[in-house]
Design a protein around this ligand. Structure first.
Ligand SMILES: Cc1ncc(COP(=O)(O)O)c(C=O)c1O
Length: 364
């Protein structure tokens, strides 16, 4: 049988959750809620839905591979030259393109643990070596330790800000410190999938480092606050010299016409983004209060999900699942729960009340 290189075979395939409909059939339940994948529970903007409906006539044609109009729109919205944007089939594809562009077998990439799992698998598939640096005691990227983990073989450094799965952020001062202490040849990937949810004033402003001509690739997505995860579209911001190299690796028609049109319309609907952030903040405050009352520890979040260190994550996950509440176990000692609509959040809490005793322990 034909065999992939060992470094590919070392990687485990991503196991997606089952569709909610299939789980309902298996468990014999109805009306389950999904708080597992950090999607926007309000859905996309009405403007995006209209744009999708208006886009069907030209589908016999290939899309505009360079995404001219979407890049033009991003340029207007963010005040950065159009040449400084690259589009991807989700920001996930851009992570992958960056790794394939800048890393070869034996090269190292520094990243945090736990963080977004795709960084390590993407690096391994390229024959590279992920160098994983534990988070700080308060569950944030330890940028000092990450800078110290850099060696002459390091090509890239990944920062999820906010981090998935912990929802924590790094500050402006910390990012300044990192750039001051690493060699300028290393590409710093700032993965800002949850950027639009952040409200903390100390949040690191990656754009400032981009404007200061640092070696930075900022990644953002339409999958989260814009509510378009199913369409797969995200964008990167970097210098034309970096993007020119990534363009050699990018497949010619990697983002579809419908996705581009929906993304443009979504950028027009500032009200929808503001409403989504407001509902998320209200949900966050509600959940903080209720989780504390239940005796559960949680990590304060700047994203649309909450990380809870728990004793028996698998059992909590299973029990919630049987009651139709789908969350995400994160190894044996933690779960991650997406903040939902007010109704979904209330249902989560009611279900937890049935499952936990007064000390916050699972009733077996
Ligand atoms: C930190 C982080 N980065 C990137 C992504 C990828 O998002 P997408 O490919 O949908 O843009 C996700 C999705 O969950 C994420 O949590």
């Amino acid at each position: 049988m034909i065999k992939a290189p060992d470094y590919v075979l070392q990687v485990k395939a991503y196991v997606p959750g089952k569709p909610a409909e299939e789980l309902e059939r298996e468990l014999g339940i109805k009306g389950s809620i999904k708080l597992a994948s950090n999607e926007n529970p309000l859905g996309p903007s009405k403007l995006a839905i209209e744009a999708i409906a208006n886009c069907t006539a030209g589908l016999n044609r290939y899309p505009d591979g360079g995404g001219f109009y979407l890049r033009q729109k991003l340029s207007q919205v963010l005040g950065v030259n159009q040449d400084c944007f690259i589009l991807g089939n989700g920001s996930n594809e851009l992570l992958d393109i960056a790794v394939r562009t800048f890393m070869g077998p034996g090269d190292e990439a520094v990243m945090a643990r736990p963080s977004f799992v795709v960084y390590a698998s993407s690096v391994r598939i390229q024959g590279g070596i992920p160098v994983e640096v534990p988070l700080t005691g308060d569950f944030r990227h330890d940028l000092d330790a990450m800078a110290k983990a850099v060696t002459p073989k390091t090509r890239m450094l990944f920062i999820a800000n906010p981090n998935n799965p912990t929802g924590t952020i790094n500050t402006e001062a910390e990012l300044d410190g990192l750039f001051a202490s690493i060699p300028p040849e290393i590409l710093v990937v700032m993965d800002e999938a949850y950027y639009e949810y952040v409200t903390a004033p100390e949040y690191a402003r990656s754009m400032r480092h981009f404007l200061a001509k640092k070696n930075i690739l900022i990644l953002r997505t339409f999958s989260k606050i814009y509510g378009l995860a199913g369409l797969r579209i995200g964008y990167g911001i970097s210098h034309p010299g970096i993007l020119d190299q990534m363009d050699r690796v990018r497949p010619p028609f990697n983002t579809g016409a419908i996705s581009q049109a929906a993304a443009m319309a979504a950028l027009d609907d500032v009200g929808h983004v503001e409403m989504s952030r407001k509902i998320n903040n209200q949900g966050k405050e509600f959940l903080y209060g209720e989780l504390s009352a239940l005796g559960l520890e949680y990590i304060p979040t700047e994203a649309n999900f909450i990380f809870l260190p728990v004793e028996n994550a698998a059992s909590l996950y299973e029990k919630l699942l049987r009651d139709g509440v789908i969350i995400r176990p994160m190894g044996p000692g933690a779960v991650r729960i997406t903040i939902g609509t007010p109704e979904e959040n209330a249902r989560l809490i009611e279900t937890l009340k049935k499952i936990l005793d007064i000390k916050g322990l699972i009733i077996e």
